[in-house]
Design a protein around this ligand. Sequence first.
Ligand SMILES: NC(=O)c1ccc[n+]([C@@H]2O[C@H](COP(=O)([O-])OP(=O)(O)OC[C@H]3O[C@@H](n4cnc5c(N)ncnc54)[C@H](O)[C@@H]3O)[C@@H](O)[C@H]2O)c1
Length: 591
Amino acid sequence: MWRSGWITWASSPVCVAKSGWRSGLTSRIPKSLVKPQGQFTHRLSVPKNALAHAIKNLHRRICHPDPFYRDLHDNEKFVRISAMEQKANAAERIIRRFGGQSALAALLGKRQSTIEHWARTGRVPAQWQMPLMSLGRQRGVVLEARDFVELKPNPIQPAEGRLGILLVGLGAVASTFISGVEHARRGSGRPVGSLTQMGAIRLGKRTENHSPLIREFVPLANLDDIVFGAWDPFPDNAYEAAVKCGVLDRHEHIEPIADFLKSIKPMPAAFDQYYVKRLNAPNVKRGAKMELTEQIRADIRTFKSANNCDRLVMVWCASTEIYIEEGPSHLNLESFEAALDANDETIAPSMLYAYAALMEGIPFANGSPNLTADIPALVKLAIDQGVPICGKDFKTGQTLIKTVLAPMLKARMLGLNGWYSTNILGNRDGEVLDDPESFKTKEESKLGVLEHILQPQLYPELYSDVYHKVRINYYPPRGDNKEGWDNIDIFGWLGYPMQVKIDFLCRDSILAAPLLLDLALFLDLAKRAGMKGIQEWLSFYFKSPQHAATVYPEHDFFIQQTKLKNTLRWMMGEEQITHLGLEYYQDYQED
Ligand SMILES: NC(=O)c1ccc[n+]([C@@H]2O[C@H](COP(=O)([O-])OP(=O)(O)OC[C@H]3O[C@@H](n4cnc5c(N)ncnc54)[C@H](O)[C@@H]3O)[C@@H](O)[C@H]2O)c1
């Protein structure tokens, strides 16, 4: 008699088929001891002591200890249990852990038909996930947020046809991005800074020496298949915008592609000066908020058919709006749509674009710190519509450095007294951020980083009293060539003080453009892979990453990078890289 439902590891059949015990069990049975017999077999030879050890570990994760499992010593049974687990969907696996449908219905005081419905659809509705987790805690049932999702990757649809990238805002970042992609296509410039274009990914063990380019490993849209659309309250086309922003050398990078840039004209924007005080421009849509979303949706459809696009993604790279806190109008779709109908001021223009994109089934990324799609109503809409979203605020200059340095301080257990960051910046973004209300939105986005990385609650002696200050000063002579200074007061052995000084003379849009490209291509990939809702694996690109309500955001640059690459490996059915590496020393130890 086979009973199942107690074991909580996940191992995809693809992985088992391809490489033996490659996924969940790798850490428990040394891979060198596992000898797959044939391409796809349920019989693996593992020495008994290794298996016994693995089972002992698994016992810790078995919710209802049962003599049946204690007797389990045969690896064939082991694999069959694994196979049974794989057949069940996420909801069924959870239901089994609580003893089956009727037992769970009784525990929750719900009708069994409700639980049957969850099992049939494979999904436990979001509002039941937290209650089930706390019920699990009470009853000693191991249940984590990730158990509610299918951990098997979906097949990825090919990147055939044209991809339209819709840019909200045709300013410095957007025009630099478009120009760079066009130069890369023509072979007159290199897409430096773009992981999708230049990065490689290691697969398998270090001894295998296999590190293909990311764009050859995952099916990404080809740069030649990209078309651009944009909205902006200024009527300047991409050529005029690029010239005015002054990021690129006019002679070398703008004039040679002038005709192409002139062909990209901004559609009238859903813009309201209330939200961006320092701008006033004529190329705007008229109407109440709900009507504006209809107009944006009409623009999307017209653009798609006029440009013969197969797929679209939208990226907000428009100005930073005033600070808005999440409130009752953002709670769910009903309250959000009611607020739209009522022209409520808690619904900013960026939310109109995000809502329109999601309603049209288009992935959405937010490159600025605005609240935008980081509200329960739009996160839920993204899930319901099967659309991936991510944000917020491109991680480019000072915060990029901060999320690299702060993990080093923590890794070495060096203390921190203060971190003073200041910038001078003279582009339109700098002008917008000169308004205290827009600056507050940016400030919130930049300040959260240190606290999350340094974890003062875990290390009060080192990080409980950190003075963290961030300033942005509008200084027109510098244009887009920002200068960011950091003064960092640290302390070491016996509390002796030390200082780190950084003077980063960067170019804001040169750093942001490759992120925009990667985000557009990865979001399109995620959509074709059936991924929906918040894409936390894209945190790597953001100052203030959108994250599930149940977890804190991950700011550490290197954890973000590992997460991104492991997600790509997972999507392609490849082994995750844990960096444990003990297997390289196995032979030595056995000798
Ligand atoms: N450049 C960077 O390194 C960087 C880094 C992180 C975040 N960001 C953010 O990216 C955004 C763009 O930066 P930028 O340097 O290109 O700024 P920018 O001022 O050059 O361009 C923004 C454009 O958005 C337009 N805009 C404003 N409201 C709009 C609306 N409702 N609809 C459509 N267009 C609208 C403006 O007219 C402007 O042309 C800003 O929010 C900025 O804070 C930039």
